[in-house]
Design a protein around this ligand. Sequence first.
Ligand SMILES: Nc1ncnc2c1ncn2[C@@H]1O[C@H](COP(=O)(O)OP(=O)(O)OP(=O)(O)O)[C@@H](O)[C@H]1O
Ligand SMILES: Cc1ncc(C[n+]2csc(CCOP(=O)(O)O)c2C)c(N)n1
Ligand SMILES: [Mg+2]
Length: 337
Amino acid sequence: MRDSRPPGRAAAAPLAPGPEFDLIRGFLAGGSAVRPDVRVGPGDDCAVVAGDGIALSTDMSVEGVHFRREWLSPAEIGWRAAAAALSDLAAVAARPIGILVSLAVPAEEADALAPALMAGCREAVESVGGTLLGGDLTRSPGPVVIDVTVVGEAPNPVLRSGARMGDEVWVTGQLGGAAAFVSAMLAGEEPRRGARERFARPLPRVREARWLAERVGPTAMIDLSDGLAGDAAHIAAASGLAVLLVPELLPVHPAARSRSRPRTVRAALTGGEDYELCLTAPTGAVAPHADAFHAAFGVALTCVGRTGGGDGVWWVDAEGHRTPMELGGWQHFRGEA
Ligand SMILES: Nc1ncnc2c1ncn2[C@@H]1O[C@H](COP(=O)(O)OP(=O)(O)OP(=O)(O)O)[C@@H](O)[C@H]1O
Ligand SMILES: Cc1ncc(C[n+]2csc(CCOP(=O)(O)O)c2C)c(N)n1
Ligand SMILES: [Mg+2]
């Protein structure tokens, strides 16, 4: 939905099913009604508050959960944490204003580690036209933790809830590269070409999202942090429809390809952390812009399916027959997809 409705009670946050989202639904149940100038409350990629629309979101990166220090340099850890947070601004087509960064680092390493982590955060926010606005620094008894709050302008936020029946579903870029890096590292193997870059230096699609919002007018959008299987389910839940994906159409990153197509598709859909965009738009609205989009950003736009009646995410074949997808995205309290 391009213009936003009054958000109403947070308890209505229409997230997809799952234990992580059940917990979040619990946090949001029964609170006070939000102020009228809170245009979008919890439940979407960003909250949008005040005046012409200030978009806010926060995203935490925890050592051992989101990264291992032996996998990345401190500057890469900072970049990644900020890029993941900035990706939520992209998801609502906001223009970044800046970030606030809360850091927790072991005391004995603070002098070396904190500046390098912050240099990576700064580089990421400056790469999309924002600046560092502030933050917090504390000692950690163990893991490095980086919590990044993003602030942007979104006069016309594109929400998860605006998809309409019969819309096409499109994704930017290629899926599965970041997860291919994680799988290789966890298995003690050499990551395949390009996988490390996709994990260590994700590019938040901030400019791409605003370009799409201006030229194409997506009806709904989300960034792919948990994997398309899980994130498309949020569009389905928020928009009150089903997302129907065509497995042959999925743009899989070369590092995520294997001999078995079902395995390839599974890796690309459930691995997460690609920070690409998934958007819906009326039939025929995106295709005429795909070449110009590629010329502007060097990033593919691929139609991967459409919306239909019902709920959840399904596979669909050329005849329109549906099969339950039976794949989910990353969920913190289930271990993995
Ligand atoms: N502790 C919390 N208190 C209030 N709202 C929360 C809390 N945690 C999450 N939410 C809200 O729940 C929704 C879903 O959160 P989630 O962290 O899954 O966001 P996301 O953008 O989908 O994901 P990701 O963390 O994978 O980048 C968001 O609207 C978020 O603001
Ligand atoms: C060491 C290590 N093990 C596993 C993963 C995979 N992983 C962790 S969190 C997440 C989803 C996005 O997180 P969030 O929903 O918190 O934004 C994924 C796919 C990783 N990055 N590092
Ligand atoms: Mg998001």
